[in-house]
Design a protein around this ligand. Structure first.
Ligand code: PMP
Length: 401
């Protein structure tokens, strides 16, 4: 007779629950392609060597203490993060009209941004792509915004539904917030081209739609930090306002350190200062101030020219391994003569392939081949290796024939 007797058991998280099921599987051939975390060719988690180096230098510095950070986090980290996403020579940064606050990875940055908008922005509706990362609707709803969808993916072409996207944003109320994946759209791996981004930008600016970028994969998609920031930089360059949530989970492999940043690009430095003062009021009662260690690692790497260069090399190696997995899987299906067009595997961008497999096929592959993925048929390419590609190709072949 607990006072909590009435509490009903909640379902597992649709993404993290895949790992729970995987962990219970005793097959030696089991393969987890559910969660988006990088694995080496040997299937092991990777700590970047430049991260180890930065941690070593932090540990060896006796002047480092464990005091609280300010509410908005480590100042140098914030400055360097804004530069990383906007570009080192960004006029918006030089003009001091970007406010950046350190947050709990990408998720925390989205949540703080959402709460700020719900309190201080005139239009409470946020449009998110259909489909999108499963946490987006929950984060923004709980932040106090009203969530609507815009068309994004066309299952017929396994590509962008560009016409649908333009129509839906075109009929959104003036001023609405629009969530955009900066690159490597999750779960589809389908991104607009630069020309399409330009059209989206023109439409959004003409309707005063407010862009909120989710940048969880900068550098991780193409291997280039600049190329993967291009969409954001187009919107910053036009002088208009936008929000950007950055995560260092993937591109520095700092998943569990929970390090990220929210930047709000404003029209003037006076507005940016006032916005920052209100961000503090959002953060203080939520978690008071962010953790020190991850942000110190990032700042150590970003401030040092040699470490920064080493990071870009390790980052490119991760991106390249993922791209190579795409080619290997595509070739393996071709070799097997698996029915259907699988070219989307090599066309899609980033960590995930949106296979097009339906939930019955996904269940079949889990049952018969011990391969785990989300029920929408999304697989993490980073969880694959040359050794496991044949097993996956066999399973896909069996599932569709
Ligand atoms: N946005 C997208 C699109 C993501 O895929 C993820 C990670 N799966 C995140 C945000 C946030 O991740 P984190 O909070 O670990 O930085």
């Amino acid at each position: 007779d607990s006072v909590f007797n009435h509490v009903v058991r909640a379902p597992e998280d649709p993404i993290l629950g895949v790992t729970v099921a995987y962990n219970k599987d005793t097959s030696p051939n089991k393969l987890n392609l559910g969660v988006g975390a990088y694995r080496t060719e040997e299937g092991k988690p990777l700590v970047l060597s430049v991260v180890r180096q930065a941690e070593q230098s932090l540990v060896n510095d006796p002047s480092r203490v464990k005091e609280y950070l300010p509410i908005i986090g480590l100042a140098e980290f914030n400055k360097l993060s804004a530069k990383l996403i906007c570009g080192a020579d960004s006029p918006a940064i030089q003009e001091n009209r970007v406010t950046t606050v350190q947050c709990l990875s990408g998720t925390g940055s989205l949540r703080v941004g959402g709460e700020f908008l719900a309190r201080h922005y005139h239009e409470r509706t946020i449009y998110i792509p259909q489909p999108t990362w499963g946490n987006h609707p929950k984060v923004f709803t709980l932040a106090g915004l009203s969530v609507k969808y815009y068309r994004y993916y066309d299952p017929g072409t396994r590509g962008l539904d560009f016409q649908g996207l333009l129509e839906d944003l075109g009929s959104a109320p003036s001023g609405a917030v629009v969530l955009l994946h900066a690159c490597a759209h999750n779960p589809t791996g389908v991104d607009p081209t630069v020309e399409q981004w330009e059209q989206i930008r023109q439409l959004m600016r003409s309707k005063q739609l407010l862009p909120f970028f989710d940048s969880a994969y900068q550098g991780f998609a193409s291997g280039s930090l600049d190329a993967d920031a291009q969409s954001v930089r187009m919107f910053v360059a036009d002088g208009g306002e936008c929000l950007v949530a950055q995560s260092y989970a993937k591109n520095m492999g700092l998943y569990g350190e929970r390090v990220g940043a929210l930047s709000i690009v404003c029209k003037t430095s006076d507005v940016a200062g006032k916005v920052e003062s209100q961000l503090k009021l959002v953060i203080r009662p939520m978690y008071s101030n962010p953790p020190l260690h991850g942000a110190s690692i990032v700042a150590t790497i970003l401030r040092d020219k040699d470490m920064y260069n080493e990071w870009t090399i390790e980052l490119k190696a991760m991106a390249d391994r993922i791209i190579s997995m795409r080619h290997q899987l595509f070739e393996a299906l071709k070799t097997r003569g698996t029915p259907g067009d699988w070219s989307h595997i090599i066309k899609q961008i980033g960590m995930f392939t949106f296979t097009g497999l339906n939930s019955e096929q996904v269940a079949f592959m889990r049952q018969e081949y011990h391969i785990y993925m989300t029920s929408d048929g999304r697989i993490s390419m980073a969880g694959l290796s040359s050794r496991t590609v044949p097993h996956l190709a066999d399973a896909i072949h069996a599932a569709v024939t």
